[in-house]
Design a binder for this molecule. Structure first.
Ligand SMILES: Nc1ncnc2c1ncn2[C@@H]1O[C@H](COP(=O)(O)OP(=O)(O)OP(=O)(O)O)[C@@H](O)[C@H]1O
Length: 253
């Protein structure tokens, strides 16, 4: 059974609005965003600071609930799920990678990667964990603690952790923001492969036009609204569009 009006989509946002605060002090962080992403697509979300990128990601991933509108992931509407059901749904179908890696400091790389399987109450398949670490080229450091790894290595462990349960949709919030360009490229290669080889759907917030150029398309936000999309992006074209949006936002303030 599907709740989706567009069954071919991995992720659908219909008129998603998120208002923070109360009357008088309210902030419309997202304002009527409609978006449909097909399975196996890699989409970058860009826009000036405060344009609503993280809010979009959080609403799409069921970490926050929209004030209005609906989010459907893999044909399942998130609105009807209780908080517990939403947590279970996220563990089963979604993966997350954050700018600050968010690894647990007292667990080894291996233990960090097996954690989502333990939390989901699944039998821990040692092979799946070893494979996930090998995919991100961390197998030689599986028993190191995060503090014993470089930033790039830590983020690769975080990608392995996000991927170990083979989520249908992976959300990444500035995954390369704290990395140098070589480490960033390695992380982007992994996201690209997840879409191309395993048909996983990737949604990545980034400020970096070079990172965005690795996606199939870029969606641009300004003041909480979807103001444009770009297919087959290049870093130059993305940078040009961002500069334009920055000027428009500055004028409207
Ligand atoms: N929990 C919250 N309470 C009140 N306002 C919020 C909250 N979260 C976000 N906002 C506001 O909503 C707007 C959008 O924020 P959001 O973090 O989504 O933007 P962003 O595009 O991700 O910004 P940045 O690039 O700086 O991270 C901003 O004006 C922000 O101040």
């Amino acid at each position: 059974m599907t709740d989706s009006a567009h069954p071919g989509s991995a992720l659908e946002l219909e008129g998603v609005t998120r208002v923070y605060g109360s009357t008088g002090t309210e902030v419309r962080a997202l304002d009527g965003v409609t978006l449909r992403l097909p399975p196996g697509s890699f989409t970058a979300v860009m826009g000036p600071s405060g344009s609503g990128k993280s809010t979009l990601l959080n609403c799409a991933a069921g970490l926050d609930r929209p004030t209005e509108g609906s989010v459907t992931v893999q044909g399942r509407s998130l609105a009807g799920l209780s908080d517990d059901q939403l947590t279970r749904f996220r563990r089963a179908h979604l993966g997350f990678v954050f700018q600050a890696f968010n690894l647990l400091p007292y667990l080894t790389a291996y233990q960090n990667v097996e954690l989502p399987l333990r939390l989901a109450g699944r039998r821990v398949d040692r092979r799946a964990v070893v494979e996930a670490l090998a995919e991100v080229s961390i197998d030689g450091r599986a028993h190191h603690l995060p503090a014993e790894l470089s930033g790039g290595q830590q983020q690769r462990v975080a990608v392995a952790r996000a991927m170990v349960a083979r989520p249908a949709v992976l959300f990444a919030d500035e995954p390369t923001g704290a990395l140098d360009s070589v480490a960033a490229r390695a992380v982007l290669d992994l996201l690209r492969q997840a879409a191309d080889r395993r048909g996983q759907t990737i949604v990545m917030v980034t400020h970096d036009p070079v990172a965005a150029a690795r996606a199939d398309s870029v969606v641009f936000l300004a003041d909480g609204r979807l103001v444009g999309t770009m297919a087959a992006p290049t870093a130059d074209a993305v940078a040009g569009q961002l500069a334009h949006l920055g000027e428009l936002t500055a004028v409207s303030r």
